[in-house]
Design a protein around this ligand. Structure first.
Ligand code: NAD
Ligand code: MG
Length: 394
């Protein structure tokens, strides 16, 4: 019997984290969890440590860390670390084989880079890390011969379709998009959309931010940028099509005109298992598709008018430099304002558009350039929301 693959999971208490734990429970002959990190949900993290007998854990939030230490809620065999340093310690554990980055936001950016610099394999669910710092992350991965195994379902599908292909054989990458909650709403009704409406995703069960991003297609915009960094193609080689059933996870068009696709039910356990077990295939944790029950698989073109966030993301990708980072952070602030009822749904792209206009683009030279920029974008986007700047000039 071959040795088990030792997994560190950053973001163990989130939605991807939960699916990952299901995969590890199922593949316990092949996978062993040796490190887990979360932000502040200490009881939940301690429960995972107990169930999987995990020797290393970290909490990013300092007060949650202190309370947990004082309360002794983690099992005796589990060493608990704290903050970004704690996440980095886990990401670089000498006996780890693969680090799955499933945190939200940019909290795991430095730990992810440290893991790459230490030569650990990376399974990447978090898209913000690539959108903000794709240049630095992919440079480090190249330097240290580390493979970035994509967990985001579209990129995992592209990765599977690209296996064994040479870059010059690839014509286009085609990302599929479900169209989100409002795919069939008349455009005039989008004026009165509420957060509750936006959170009703037709196919996937995910956190609120990414569900709103699906409704605006900002998520697909972020995924175009993610694909650019992962697969080393030109922006013009990345397309998006509507596929409302979320069964075809993406497609690759080759230069001879053939198109390859990857299909599976809309559950993250498929891409997570593939990334963790790569390159091995083992029986899946869930059933595959039953074609006696699937009535149709539709593919349609996307309307740029209906999804302005997608056009803005393409603009940002083509502009390069810090434009994708501005897109990402301005969108995040706008979505939070929408969820707090202080911004209309149709105003989300306006905030992004104005932020891209206001902030001057440049080529970041260091990671700090990008991290400092985040604060400036947050300020600008918040001001735009407060002043409703677009109402004055348009
Ligand atoms: P989530 O909000 O459910 O979970 C986030 C996890 O990150 C939690 O474990 C939380 O404790 C941790 N976290 C948050 N802030 C942290 C901090 N400052 N320090 C340390 N840990 C922190 O999010 P999710 O839906 O699981 O998504 C995680 C990432 O994967 C996101 O980047 C998302 O875009 C991406 N993704 C998610 C899905 C999905 O189906 N949910 C699909 C594709 C990609
Ligand atoms: Mg996706």
């Amino acid at each position: 019997m071959s040795a088990k693959k030792r997994v560190v999971l950053l973001g163990a208490t989130g939605s991807i984290g939960e699916n990952t734990l299901n995969v590890i429970r199922h593949a316990s002959d092949d996978l062993e969890l040796i490190g887990i990190a979360g932000n502040s949900r200490s009881e939940e993290l301690a429960g995972i440590a107990r169930e999987f007998n995990v020797p290393h854990a970290a909490l990013a939030d300092e007060s949650a860390y202190r309370e947990s230490r004082n309360g002794g809620i983690f099992p005796p065999g589990c060493r608990l670390a704290c903050g970004e340093e704690g996440l980095t310690e886990l990401a670089t554990l000498p006996d780890a084989d693969i680090v799955l980055i499933a945190t939200s936001g940019t909290a795991a950016l430095r730990p992810a880079l440290a893991a790459i610099n230490a030569g650990r394999q990376i399974a990447l669910a978090n898209k913000e890390i690539l959108v903000l710092a794709g240049k630095f992350v992919t440079e480090a991965a190249r330097r240290h011969h580390v493979r970035l195994l994509p967990v985001d379902s579209e990129h995992n599908a592209l990765f599977q379709c690209l296996e064994g292909r040479q870059p010059e054989e690839v014509e286009r990458l085609i990302l599929t998009a479900s169209g989100g909650a409002f795919i069939d709403w008349p455009p005039e009704d989008l004026n009165r959309v509420t957060p509750r409406d936006a959170l009703a995703h037709p196919n996937w069960s995910m956190g609120p931010k990414i569900t709103v991003d699906s409704a605006t297609m900002a998520n697909k915009g972020l995924e175009m940028i993610e694909a650019y960094w992962l697969f080393d193609v030109e922006p013009r080689q990345i397309d998006v099509v509507l596929h409302r059933q979320s069964i075809i996870h993406s497609l690759v068009q080759l230069i001879d005109g053939s198109i390859l696709a990857q299909l599976s039910p809309p559950s993250m356990t498929f891409p997570i298992q593939y990334a963790l077990m790569y390159p091995k295939r083992v029986p899946g944790i869930q059933r595959s598709l039953d074609f006696t029950r699937i009535q149709r698989l539709d593919i349609e073109p996307v309307s740029g008018e209906r999804y302005p966030c997608l056009s803005l993301a393409r603009q940002a990708l083509e502009a390069g430099g810090i434009a994708p980072a501005i897109f990402n952070t301005a969108n995040e602030i706008a979505v939070n304002a929408f969820l707090a009822n202080s911004l209309a749904f149709l105003e989300i792209p306006k905030v992004i558009d104005r932020a891209l206009e206001r902030l001057e683009n440049f080529e970041p030279q260091t990671l700090d350039d990008v991290l400092c920029l985040e604060e400036a974008v947050r300020r600008t986007a918040s001001e735009l929301i407060e002043n409703k700047a677009w109402k004055k000039t348009s």
